[in-house]
Design a protein around this ligand. Sequence first.
Ligand SMILES: [Zn+2]
Length: 116
Amino acid sequence: MSDLTFTLYDLKVEVIAGDKPFVCSHQLGDAFEVRGENIIFLQPAFSLYSLAALLPLLPAKQRPLNAADWMATDHIIACPDPHCGARFRISRIGKQTVTRSSTTIVPMPDHNDWSE
Ligand SMILES: [Zn+2]
């Protein structure tokens, strides 16, 4: 039986300017990439509070989305510090075809329990 595959996008998350000065240690252009399950930091430091705010969004942003879904169109995320002007732009920078067997040992169910 051939291995099943699915699509994951590679992401880049980059610090961009907002409408106020930065309060945190962000620097314009600081960035990291997400490739599969890995985060690749492009600078030696990235605010852990910002990272904590961004992490829940990244697995969804890696996947194909319905065009009407806000997650497919809203790419700018605010710093969690309400006094900080930093924004984070999430961009898709590549696309991978991933084999299911490289990501899980759970067998495919006979039927899709997630279907409506
Ligand atoms: Zn900030």
